[in-house]
Ligand binder design. Structure first.
Ligand code: SF4
Length: 1528
């Protein structure tokens, strides 16, 4: 903090924080919540933020660690780990944490911890927080002014270091704040006073001990300390020690010296100390150290301190001893007293060193003239007759020759400048009276109103669970300790405790019992007007304990009582809430988990009462390891299960919403105590739900937070008690279940769990695996001759890996002993023993290593020990020189490879060949650079001219896979039956696409699983085939069931109007496929190189016309379906179905349209109905524009061909394209025309290069006219001239529409098509409820929204009620949001480079203020986002689009046509959120100001010269706003 040395410090907390920061390795910062700072923590974070160094750090310039801990989260627990590992720890806190930490205080007293304690409540602090812990064995120092806070804080650290004992420095923050600002500390003084030799001595010798619950036997002994005490060098008792005192030199007799903290267990501990011979630190030692610190301080600063301080006349006869906030006010009043005033000429005594209590020093400090002393103790709630300070003074004075005659104890209240003289007057009048009254209360009892010190805060996200409680139980839910509840004056701190809540719940139960009694009495009293209430009440009473029946009867009871309206009825109605059986809940935090026996958890369990506890655990998974071992919580779930009589569930709302519902419902029904543990990782108020989601997923997936339910009542029903709702469980739980034999039962029931449950996780295992793999390889190579060559790769898209493997094969052909493996699998310690080693690495993110190279890179980059003098190496780097368009980012090009080359060379390794640079921009991509590099490598290894090299087999292509698959069978069946992995083979992954399913893995947990040595969390996406996107209500329910039972509880409505399921694990794939087929849908050809789902505009306004067009979409879809029977055979036959065909059987399929190799690439058809281009007809291989005849019926279609979205970043040979017009076809011929277009593509499409295989390239290569004529040749007919048509938008029209037949349609806004339930929005449940009553149909819109269609007028009220109940009628969103669309991307899409579906809504929220400001809230601007340039959400046709480039970075495109007629163009590359906002906000403002009447945003960006118009795909890369530069 040198740069601040001239600055001023204005609060005691800042002064203390600065000293603590300089004098600690670790600061435990106790805070009201992690999101809100304490008076100290803001300063601490500021210092750490600018990387100020700690003065005591072992390494130069190291920044102390700041551990933020919630005040109610057992903060002192965090001290044990670091202090025992030899790190100096201080704690900044208010006094409210002291008493609850008393057990820790005893254990920590003999370690050099410093606690800086701001006394609370602010303005009228309660010193009982200090007096109550005075005998815990700590040294206590007090400061009263700002300057003292600085000096005494420093003293505290110096004293702790010197004495090896804990020091508590306490102060009243409010009165110290009244001082004028002071200069900040002088680092030279701090350094001098701290004594760095002592610091190093402590830091170099970690302290043994592990327990926190019992004394670990440690005591501070003199031998540990650097400053030996006079006369005690051999451990002999001291006789006399020379000490300095304020009053001059005096003698301290050994008699008055007490062992520091004699009342603490340290005297007991002394018996077990490791060095029994060394004398323990005594109070006399503490005094010696303190005075020596103060002597140095005086020397350096001129300020002086002593154990007790006297102010006032040296001849005073009366004095006050103040132990309270306002010593300075008293001193000032006495100093300015008029001679007649009772307190004139008196003195004031204060304790600087409160513990150890040095009675003799007190006597020394008080002038001999003093005869009467009034002791003032600021203790708000008095628990003993005599104040602790009074007793201290009495013992000291009576035992010494002080000559003091009278000592009077007083309880000090709140003192102000105006009341102080009055108080003094009363005090002294009492003191000098003949019979002074003891325990006089002085000062005001009423304290000023103030904000609670550390209020309890409920994190916003936590409300998720309480919302679910309300959702499930409605007004039946009663949360006893809710922070929002009014608890009749009971403070939040108390009302939030389990004990309070439990008591409240019991009272509530009793109250209801009483109410039942009252009802009984009323029912028999006959004081109602009629007999009706009696009957209703009797019925109710019979069911009072049955939740459902009581609920049903309650409605009737209440209405009859209302009608009766007698006094008796009115009396009962006053408590009408008791007619319902309430669901009683106690909500708590994981802070209750530290001491289960004492917490309410135990009481609830032991009581056997029917109450429910919801306990929210908020420790983030990623921070679990950071918490020290002592902080390990006890497992409440295990504790409760062991108890035997409780229902227990472990849930996580961000992992499985339905499981939370189920658990809470079961807990409510369980007749006894229930504990629902709920996971909600919490970092701070501003953390995004996405981070919480990712943390939760990791915790659940790895088994850190398993999801399960334990219901002891199940046993009686013959069902297992335990149900596991997630995949992995942690060791302790497994042991419990094993012991209880429950695991065996469950595994018998769910054999699939067997494999995973018996797995153990851990990085050591992973390390062993690495070693094993390498050893096995070495063994394999033993028998081979030739030089060894190790090839390591780091790859993120597979290129580096295949280059490395091919290099390995070629090396082997040349007689080398080659080993190929990922860098992360290589044991780094073997590196110096390598002879020849080659690295192949691609470039990720901002010039970073790909994930599987990171750990290797981190291990070597900062190594100081590697000696590679005998190693030969070379590096081949793969990258893209255009990836980062800005000049300053060019350094990222091939950075990992270049860095590796440099570092290896620095370690003395010799280059076999210079680093090879493969560049995607070269004519042959990275191969160009590679082809130059590889020969040099062989040359250097002496194997360049080897004769007779075998031919290399050509790489297997998709075409090979298709041909070899026997009409899409491959080895899919075998793969499905292989339970050793959740994956299927690479070739089958290509083939299953034709069956409508992709293998994916959950990318949120990919890295964590890798670190744990697990295979990725493979699961499958299933896409249905749903021509025109029309689903019956029954089908909707069936789809909803599939998502709940077999998928991840959500459904995606896609941009191609169909259902998509995610997270279907392999074992559930076949059941899911069968369920889809049972719903009369299919998945065949929903993906793959075939014609996929045929889209059709949902057109709510013209039902008859829609029917006609929709029928065409079905017809085309059916006509172009593949014929293979493999689909039926693989998915729809039962395991023991004899008819099952096996791959390779003699039976052969025949594909009349497709042939055995199907199409070169995917093929998409959509039908638009003017004026709505919601299906984006220009974006598909075939776009059909429905043309209405003069009779109002469908006449036929204009056929566009060759639209397509997919492209590759920076590859100018790829581009999006709009469909070109081939002409008009009649309705009856349309399916044939489509077929012929498809067949020309089948025969002329590029099967060599998949990046050039789409129809758009075939047409561009042939020319539109040639292509058209080929189609006409195949068809034998000619296209007619296109008919006129007009489109005006490609967005959905939300809200209600009535069609020409009188039926109603509502378009709901479903953000990005994700159907899911959240605590805030139960959309999925709502749609299911609607499906149950809907007589019409659902239509999925091409913009991923949903139409509730064909609702008759008479059914409208019921549908509207449900829509309102579930908020599905809400379409009050900004025009931008309503016109937005995003693809899935993370976490399931394997191609995603950036977030899309989970991020676009967030981005729009950030733009909405700019829309508001500029009056654009209602304006429709088509904005789309995709996670990669594959373009699933058709971004290239949007007015503004963001396409993922790297995680968090997007390419921005502008200038698309509003109704999907024009492609956009690159405006900026690789920009992050900040830049996106910085560009968009002013641009929206300009648009608002400059646009012409009706001018759309995309058109305006072109007119305003911001972007050039793209006329068709081939000029997509021309004239982009940001030219990429070739310069390096
Ligand atoms: S656009 Fe890319 S990231 Fe998005 S879903 Fe399609 S393939 Fe995945």
């Amino acid at each position: 903090m040198a740069e601040e040395s001239n600055s001023r410090v204005s609060t005691p907390e800042e002064a203390v924080a600065r000293i603590a920061y300089l004098a600690s390795d670790v600061i435990v910062s106790v805070q009201p919540s992690l999101a809100s700072d304490s008076e100290f923590s803001g300063h601490l974070k500021r210092f750490a933020g600018r990387k100020d160094a700690s003065l005591v750090a072992k390494s130069h310039n190291a920044v102390p660690e700041i551990l933020s801990v919630r005040h109610n989260n057992d903060p002192l627990l965090s001290v044990f780990g670091p202090i025992r590992s030899g790190r100096l720890v201080s704690v900044t806190t208010t006094s409210s944490t002291l008493l609850p930490s008393i057990a820790h205080l005893y254990t920590l007293a003999n370690l050099p911890v410093v606690l800086h304690v701001a006394l609370s409540p602010r303005n009228s602090p309660d010193y009982s927080a200090i007096t109550s812990i005075r005998n815990s064995g700590w040294t206590f120092l007090q400061s009263q002014s700002l300057q003292e806070a600085q000096d005494i804080a420093l003293t505290a650290h110096a004293l702790a270091i010197r004495s090896g004992k804990g020091v508590i420095h306490f102060f009243d923050p409010a009165s110290a704040s009244r001082s004028a600002p002071i200069a900040s500390e002088d680092p030279a003084v701090v350094r001098e006073i701290l004594n760095l030799d002592s610091v190093r001595r402590f830091q170099s010798a970690p302290v043994s001990g592990s327990t926190i619950y019992a004394d670990d036997g440690r005591v501070a002994v003199v031998a540990d300390q650097p400053e030996r005490l006079t006369g005690r060098a051999n451990g002999a008792p001291s006789t006399e020690v020379e000490v300095a005192s304020l009053n001059g030199t005096s003698h301290l007799s050994s008699k008055s010296s007490q062992i520091s903290g004699t009342s603490s267990p340290s005297s007991v501990s002394a018996a077990t100390t490791i060095e029994p011979a060394a004398p323990v630190i005594t109070s006399e030692d503490i005094y010696k150290y303190a005075t020596s610190v103060w002597a140095t301080l005086k020397e350096l600063t001129g300020r002086q301190y002593s154990a007790f301080e006297w102010s006032g006349s040296a001849k005073a006869e009366n004095a006050i001893f103040v132990f309270g906030a306002d010593g300075a006010l008293f001193t000032e009043a006495i100093a300015t007293a008029q001679s007649g005033e009772a307190f004139a000429g008196a003195g004031v005594i204060t304790a600087r060193l409160y513990r150890p209590w040095l009675g003799a020093k007190l006597i020394d400090a008080i002038p001999k003239s003093v005869k009467k002393v009034a002791v003032l103790e600021q203790v708000l709630r008095k628990t003993t007759k005599w104040g602790p300070l009074l007793i201290d003074v009495l013992t000291s004075v009576k035992s010494g020759p002080g000559g003091i005659e009278t000592i009077v104890g007083n309880q000090l209240g709140y003192v102000t400048r105006t009341s102080v003289r009055q108080i003094l007057k009363a005090l002294f009048e009492n003191l000098v009276s003949e019979k002074p009254v003891q325990n006089l209360e002085v000062g005001e009892r009423e304290q000023p109103q103030q904000a609670p010190e550390y209020g309890l805060e409920k994190p916003k996200l936590e409300t998720a669970y309480t919302k679910i409680l309300n959702q499930l139980f409605g007004s039946r839910a009663y949360v006893a300790n809710s922070l929002d509840a009014d608890n009749a004056g009971v403070s939040n701190t108390i009302s939030a405790t389990p004990e309070y809540g439990f008591g409240a719940l019991l009272a509530r139960k009793e109250r209801r019992q009483k109410f039942v009694g009252e009802v009984k009495e009323a029912a028999s009293s006959g004081r109602f007007l009629t007999d009706t209430p009696k009957r209703a009440l009797a019925k109710w009473m019979a069911n009072a304990d049955d939740v459902k029946k009581a609920e049903e009867a309650a409605g009737n009871v209440v209405s009859t009582l209302n009608i009766d309206n007698t006094r008796l009825s009115r009396g009962l109605l006053e408590n009408k809430q008791f007619f319902r059986k309430q669901s009683l809940w106690l909500v708590g935090s994981d802070a209750w988990a530290y001491d289960l026996g004492n917490s309410g958890v135990h009481h609830v369990l032991a009581s056997g009462e029917n109450v429910n506890m919801l306990i929210i655990d908020s420790t983030p998974y990623s921070e679990r390891a950071a918490a020290d071992a002592n902080r390990r919580k006890k497992d409440i779930g295990l504790y409760a299960m062991n108890f035997g009589n409780a229902y227990v569930a472990s849930t996580a709302v961000y992992s499985s919403y339905t499981q939370v519902l189920q658990a809470m419902d079961e807990a409510d029904k369980f007749n006894g105590p229930s504990i629902v543990l709920a996971y909600l990782p919490y970092f701070g108020e501003h953390e995004s739900p996405l981070t919480v989601l990712q943390e939760t997923k990791q915790a659940v997936d790895i088994g850190y937070w398993p999801l399960y339910r334990w219901n002891p009542e199940n046993e009686t029903k013959g069902k297992p008690n335990f149900s596991l709702d997630s995949e992995h469980i942690k060791k302790e739980l497994k042991e419990f279940l094993d012991r209880d034999n429950k695991l065996t039962q469950m595994m018998r029931k769910e054999p699939a769990y067997g494999a995973v449950l018996s797995e153990d996780f851990g990085t050591e295992i992973r390390a062993q695996q690495k070693r094993k793999a390498k050893d096995a390889y070495n063994q394999l190579l033993e028998g081979l001759f030739g030089a060894p060559l190790t090839i390591l790769f780091a790859s993120d898209n597979g290129n580096a890996q295949s280059v490395a493997k091919r290099l390995g094969t070629r090396g082997r052909a040349r007689g080398l002993k080659t080993t190929v493996m990922a860098m992360e699998d290589y044991p780094v310690e073997d590196l110096p023993t390598e002879e020849n080693i080659v690295f192949v690495t691609s470039t990720a993110g901002q010039g970073e290593f790909p994930q599987n190279g990171l750990s290797f890179w981190h291990a070597i980059k900062d190594s100081t020990e590697l000696d590679l003098a005998s190693v030969n190496f070379s590096v081949m780097a793969l990258g893209d020189s255009h990836y980062w368009p800005r000049k300053e980012d060019k350094i990222y090009y091939n950075k990992p490879g270049k860095d590796l080359d440099r570092v290896l060379s620095n370690f003395g390794a010799k280059r076999l060949a210079d680093v090879g640079l493969g560049d995607d921009q070269d004519p042959d991509g990275y191969q160009t650079g590679y082809n130059e590099w590889e020969p040099k490598l062989w040359e250097a290894l002496g194997v360049a001219n080897v004769e007779g090299l075998p031919d290399e087999p050509p790489p297997i292509t998709n075409e090979d896979i298709k041909i070899a698959s026997n009409y899409l069978r491959g080895t899919i069946v075998e793969g499905l039956n292989d339970t050793s992995t959740l994956a299927i083979s690479a070739a089958d992954q290509q083939l299953t696409k034709f069956h409508g399913t992709y293998m994916q893995d959950d990318r949120d947990i990919r890295d964590e699983r890798k670190a744990q040595g697990l295979e990725p969390a493979y699961s499958f996406m299933i896409r249905c085939r749903l021509p025109g996107g029309v689903s019956t209500p029954k089908q909707w329910i069936q789809m909803d069931d599939i998502s709940n039972e077999l998928g991840n509880e959500t459904m995606k409505l896609t941009t191609r109007q169909t259902f998509q399921f995610h997270g279907v694990v392999k074992s559930k794939l076949k059941p899911a496929m069968q369920a889809i087929n049972r719903a009369l849908m299919t998945t065949i050809a929903a993906c793959g190189d075939v014609n996929r789902n045929v889209m059709c505009s949902p057109l709510p306004s013209q039902s008859k016309y829609h029917r006609e067009v929709y029928a065409c979409s079905q017809k085309i879809s059916d006509h172009l379906l593949p014929s293979t029977t493999a689909y039926h055979e693989i998915w729809l036959t039962d395991d023991n179905d004899k008819k099952t065909l096996i791959a390779g059987d003699a039976v052969q399929d025949f594909e009349p349209l497709y042939g055995p190799t199907y199409l070169p690439r995917k093929f998409k058809i959509s039908i638009g109905i003017p004026p709505h281009n919601d299906v984006d007809v220009y974006a598909h291989d075939i776009g059909l524009i429905a043309i209405k005849g003069e009779d109002g019926r469908l006449a036929g279609f204009n056929l566009l061909a060759g639209g397509g979205m997919g492209a590759t970043h920076n590859n100018k040979k790829t581009y999006p394209q709009v469909g070109r017009m081939l002409g008009f076809v009649k309705t009856a011929d349309v399916h044939i025309a489509c077929e012929k277009v498809m067949l020309v593509q089948r025969d002329f499409g590029d099967r060599k290069n998949r990046k050039h295989a789409r129809l758009k390239y075939t047409i561009d290569d042939l020319g539109v006219d040639v292509f058209r004529s080929k189609v006409e040749d195949y068809w034998g007919q000619k296209f007619e001239a296109p008919k006129p048509f007009h489109f005006d938008s490609n967005i959905d029209l939300f809200g209600w529409t009535k069609d020409e037949t009188g039926l109603n349609h509502f378009t709901c806004f479903i953000e990005n098509g994700r159907i899911e339930d959240t605590p805030e929005f139960q959309m999925k449940t709502g749609l299911r409820e609607i499906a149950k009553v809907l007589k019409g149909e659902f239509r999925l819109s091409p913009n991923q929204h949903l139409l509730i269609s064909n609702v008759a007028d008479e059914d409208l009220p019921a549908i509207k009620t449900l829509m309102a109940k579930y908020k599905l009628d809400n379409i009050q969103f900004s025009g931008l949001r309503l016109s937005s669309s995003a693809c899935v991307a993370f976490p399931t899409c394997g191609l995603a480079m950036a977030e899309s579906e989970r991020y676009l809504p967030v981005l729009i929220t950030k733009l909405e203020s700019a829309l508001e400001e500029n009056g654009l809230r209602q304006d429709s601007i088509v904005m789309r986002m995709t996670g990669c340039p594959n373009g699933c959400a058709r971004p290239w046709l949007a007015e503004v689009a963001f396409v993922g480039k790297a995680y968090g970075a997007y390419n921005m495109y502008l200038g698309g046509g509003y109704h999907g007629q024009r492609l956009n163009k690159l405006y900026r590359a690789s920009i992050k959120e900040e830049e996106i906002l910085a560009i968009m906000k002013p641009m929206l403002k300009r648009y608002a100001l400059e646009r012409e009447e009706g001018e759309h945003f995309g058109d305006w960006t072109i007119r305003a010269g911001i972007i050039k118009a793209t006329t068709e795909g081939r000029d997509f890369h021309e004239g982009v706003a940001e030219e990429e530069s070739d310069e390096e």
